[in-house]
Write a protein that binds this ligand. Structure first.
Ligand code: ZN
Ligand code: ZN
Length: 173
């Protein structure tokens, strides 16, 4: 059971006992017992109750951390179940790569150097069968198995001047 009040554009929600118990079940640790506690209890309430935006909560009864018994308030930092999933949903723009992968940024001088090795590309030659990033592997000496490249801008094919991106097939000199 929730009660709603409107105060200066901020929705104030009194969270009833049933909802608090529901939210409390998802707490796996708090600031007092977990170093990875990174979200406020209020944020978790937002997730559990499905509210977004300008919502403030106040607790109608006390909530304890199930792990250490410390009382949890609206702004107490907590750890919770489904953390990875919730974080993923919130940060859809966040680039989640395999942590074993190195991402190497190719700057202008390196790119121009690599561009000199492009004899032709998939747009102008049937013989293009090596992705441009393999050329970068050879140039930079990084391990192809664990390295991804991000180039500062498209390289140009020496023959047809077409854009060459990381995965464009090329013919090396
Ligand atoms: Zn705790
Ligand atoms: Zn070309």
């Amino acid at each position: 059971m929730k009660q709603h009040f409107l105060m200066e554009g901020v929705e104030l929600v009194a969270v009833g006992e049933a909802s608090l118990k529901e939210a409390q079940k998802r707490i796996t640790g708090c600031a007092a017992c977990s170093a990875s506690a990174s979200r406020s209890f209020q944020w978790l309430l937002g997730q559990v109750l499905g509210n977004t935006g300008m919502t403030e909560y106040f607790l109608s009864c006390s909530v304890q951390c199930p792990k250490c018994g410390t009382e949890v308030f609206e702004n107490t930092r907590i750890d919770f179940d489904g953390k990875a999933k919730a974080a993923l949903e919130e940060f859809t723009y966040f680039d989640v790569r395999d942590e074993s992968q190195d991402v190497i940024f190719i700057d202008e001088p390196t790119l121009l150097q690599a561009q000199d090795f492009i004899c032709a590309c998939e747009h102008c030659s049937d013989r293009a069968e090596i992705p441009f990033d393999q050329l970068l592997d050879a140039m930079t000496g990084y391990d192809p198995a664990t390295t991804e490249y991000v180039i500062c801008h498209a390289a140009k094919c020496g023959t047809c001047r077409h854009d060459v991106m990381e995965k464009t097939l090329v013919v090396p000199r």
